[in-house]
Design a protein around this ligand. Structure first.
Ligand code: ADP
Length: 155
């Protein structure tokens, strides 16, 4: 069953710092999805907390907020690259290519398997975020992008 979807992709500060933007975008191009929105964002505490609201009771919540805000990667990397991909079954296609949340458990040839790492503090540095399901995709895209920043709105 094919369904036209959009999904949010965020290249996290470790992806930028490791100079992986090109590699990650090349991997994502395997999906044949189209980019309908893209921008560099300096992530405010408020945006980070909203994005990770589902994790607020987890022990690693503070670390994950610092991580997405670039506080673990130095002044020059206090930013992320946010993208919206569109196409048939976009959410599942990107999740599949990204691999499991824990880079040690991710398929070695997935993006997280190739480029992610477990830090000594136990944080999963997995180079990109991608929406997990349709509800998440819709709310995340609305959280990160203004309607006029997306060339082809479906949500
Ligand atoms: P995903 O990013 O795959 O949708 P989650 O929303 O559950 O997964 O987690 C958000 C981010 O928090 C992950 O991408 C990862 O960086 C970090 N994270 C999640 N679970 C853990 C964990 N158990 N230990 C350390 N870091 C974690």
């Amino acid at each position: 069953m094919n369904k036209l979807q959009q999904t949010l992709v965020i290249i996290k500060p470790d992806g930028l710092k490791k100079s992986l933007t090109g590699n990650i975008l090349t991997r994502l191009s395997e999906t044949k999805l189209r980019i309908v929105g893209a921008k560099v964002v300096q992530v405010s505490r408020e945006l980070a907390e909203k994005h990770y609201a589902h994790l607020k009771d987890k022990s690693f919540f503070e670390e994950v907020i610092k991580y997405i805000r670039g506080e673990l990667h130095g002044e020059a990397y206090r930013r992320v690259l946010a993208l919206v991909y569109q196409g048939e079954d976009a959410i599942q296609k990107v999740r599949q290519l990204a691999g499991a949340t824990n880079p040690e458990e991710a398929e070695p040839t997935s993006i997280r398997g190739q480029y992610g790492r477990l830090t000594s503090a136990g944080l999963f540095e997995n180079v990109l975020h991608c929406s997990a399901n349709e509800g998440e995709a819709e709310s995340e895209i609305k959280l990160w992008f203004e309607p006029e920043e997306i060339v082809d709105a479906i949500y």
